[in-house]
Design a binder for this molecule. Sequence first.
Ligand code: ADP
Ligand code: MG
Length: 260
Amino acid sequence: MEPTDASPATSNITVRRGEPLVVITDVNKNFGELHVLKNINATVNRGEVVVVIGPSGSGKSTLCRAINRLETIDNGTITIDGKELPNEGKALAQLRADVGMVFQAFNLFAHKTVLQNVTLGPIKVRGMSKADAEKKAMALLERVGVANQAKKMPSQLSGGQQQRVAIARALAMDPKLILLDEPTSALDPEMINEVLEVMVDLANEGMTMIVVTHEMGFARKAADRVIFMAEGDIVEETTPEKFFTNPQSSRAKDFLSKIL
Ligand code: ADP
Ligand code: MG
C-alpha cells in the first residue's frame, strides 16, 4: 500500500498498481466429494495487499496452501512472477523459497533458537554464509522488535513474539510475497496488535501480501483489496471500505453481521 494513499476514493487506482505477481486461473480443488476451490480466478499485483476473508471452511487456507503448493490442485494454473508452479522437484523448491508463509499456529522449529530459526533458510536454501545470515537475521529481528530474544528457544517467547519471529523468518528469504494465514487468530487479545503493527509496516513498505484475517482494522488500514470467499467461491472482490460498509452479497452481509 502506498503510505500517501489512504482515501477510498482513489483506492481503485492502487488496486491495479503494479504488475501481476500471482495469477490464479481456473483453479479447482476437491477433497474427495468436497469441492473446496470452485474455479478460482484471482490476481495479486506486485506491492498489493490482499485480505482474504470468509467463513470457516470456505477454502481460504486451501487457497493459500495451493499458492505455495503445500496442497496440489486438480486443475487450473497458478503462476508466480510469470512461472507456473510445478508439482515437485527443484523448480518447486525454488519457487516456494520466494513465497514466505506465516501460519496461524506458531510453527517455529521448537528445537532451534530464535536466531537459528531465522538463519536456517538463508543458509540452507540461499547458500548464505552463517555470518551474513546472522547479521541479516538480527536486523530482521530488530525490525519486528524481538532482537533481545535471539538466543532463546521459541517456547520461552510469548505467542505474539513467536509470530513476529515467524514473520522475520519469512522475510529472511527475501520473498516475492508473503502469505499470512490467520496470523493472529491463535493469539491472546493483548498480543494481536503487536503482530498487526508489524504487518502494517510491511504493507507500507510495499511488500506483496496475501493475508487471511478477520481483523477489520488491519484490512482497513493496509489492504488494497478484500476477497470474500464462501463455500469455495470468490463471492466479492472489492476495496475494504466498500466491503465493510456496503457488502453486496447476502453471504457477505450475513458473515459480517456475525463478526462485527
Ligand atoms: P478455511 O481456511 O476457509 O477455514 P479450508 O481451506 O481449511 O477453509 O477448508 C476448506 C474445506 O476443505 C473444509 O470443509 C475443510 O474441512 C476441507 N479440508 C481442508 N483440508 C482438507 C484435507 N486435507 N482433507 C479433507 N478435507 C479438507
Ligand atoms: Mg483456514
